[in-house]
Design a protein. Structure first.
Length: 273
C-alpha cells in the first residue's frame, strides 16, 4: 500500500484515486480523484445530481465503488484502502459522517442520543453492564463526563436530559454533531449541515465547524448547497458535475474557474453579443 503524501509540511489524510461507480447504465461517479490534507476544511460542491452524496457513500463504503481506491490515514496512523472494508469498521478507523436528514431517536434524551456515539468505547461486557459491576459503572461515568463536555462545547448542555423529539431543528443538528464527536474522529464528513437552518443558525454552524476543527484536531469534508457557507469556511474546494472532476482550488480560484461557472450557470453568453 502506497503512503499518503506530505506537501509543504502537511500530510494527506484522504486521497480518492480514480473513483467510479455505476448504477445500471448510469455512471454516477466517473474517474474522480482528489486529496484532503490533515486539519483542512475541504468542500465538495456541484449542481443537483452531481454525485456528491454518492462520493460520500463510496468513501464510507455504504456503496462499493466499481473502480478506484479510497486511501485514508487511520486513527492508528496507518494508511489503508477503505474499498471493500465493512461499513461498521470505518468508524473505528476515525472516519465518521452526518446525514442530510438528522438521524436521532426521538424517544431518548439528548444525553442518551449522544451516548449512542460512544457505543464502541465500552469495554465492559453485556453481563457486566446488566449487573452494574464496577468496570461497567466506571466506564459509564467516564463516557457520561465526556458526553457532557461535548454538549457544553456545542452549547446545549442545559438541555442534556430533555427529549430530542421536541427540540428545534437547529438543536437537533447540534446533537448530531455532538454524537459524531463522541467517536473521536480524525475526519468528519458533513452532508449538507446547513439544510433547514436559518441565517443565524448557519452563521453559528460556520463558527462551530472552525471550533470543531481546532479543538478536536479534526479534518472536515463538507458538502453543502449554501455557497456562502462553503466559500467562507473552506480552505480548498473540489467541484464536480455529473460525477466528473471539474476543478480544485481555493474558494477564490473556484469562483473564477470557467468550468465551474458553466456547470452552475449554463453556457456563458458571448460578451460581444
Amino acid at each position: 500500500m502506497s503512503e499518503l503524501n506530505n506537501v509543504s509540511g502537511k500530510e494527506e489524510i484522504l486521497r480518492i484515486e480514480n473513483l467510479s461507480i455505476n448504477f445500471g447504465g448510469l455512471k454516477a461517479v466517473d474517474d474522480l480523484s482528489f486529496s484532503i490534507m490533515e486539519n483542512e476544511i475541504f468542500g465538495l460542491i456541484g449542481p443537483n445530481g452531481a454525485g456528491k452524496t454518492t462520493v460520500f457513500n463510496c468513501i464510507t463504503q455504504f456503496y462499493r465503488p466499481t473502480a478506484g481506491r479510497v486511501l485514508f490515514k487511520t486513527a492508528q496512523g496507518e494508511t489503508e484502502n477503505l474499498v471493500g472494508q465493512p461499513v461498521h469498521s470505518i468508524i473505528r478507523k476515525g472516519l465518521v459522517r452526518t446525514f442530510q436528514n438528522v438521524e436521532l431517536i426521538n424517544e431518548l434524551s439528548i444525553m442518551d442520543n449522544v451516548l449512542v456515539g460512544a457505543h464502541m468505547d465500552f469495554k465492559a461486557s453485556g453481563f457486566e453492564q446488566a449487573l452494574r459491576l464496577p468496570r461497567a459503572r466506571r466506564e459509564e461515568k467516564q463516557i457520561r463526563e465526556k458526553a457532557y463536555e461535548v454538549l457544553q462545547f456545542m452549547g446545549i448542555a442545559g438541555l442534556a436530559y430533555e427529549l430530542v423529539g421536541g427540540q428545534p431543528y437547529g438543536v437537533r443538528k447540534k446533537v448530531e454533531m455532538a454524537r459524531t464527536l463522541m467517536c473521536s474522529p480524525k475526519l468528519i464528513i458533513l452532508d449538507e449541515p446547513a439544510a433547514g437552518l436559518n441565517d443565524v443558525e448557519t452563521q453559528q454552524l460556520s463558527e462551530s465547524i472552525y471550533q470543531v476543527r481546532d479543538k478536536y484536531g479534526c479534518t472536515i469534508l463538507l458538502v453543502e448547497h449554501d455557497m456562502r457557507l462553503v466559500m467562507s469556511v473552506c480552505d480548498r474546494i473540489c467541484a464536480i458535475s455529473f460525477g466528473k472532476f471539474l476543478a480544485c482550488g481555493t474558494p477564490a480560484e473556484i469562483q473564477k474557474d470557467p468550468a465551474v461557472q458553466e456547470a452552475y450557470l449554463g453556457e456563458k453568453e458571448d460578451s460581444e453579443s
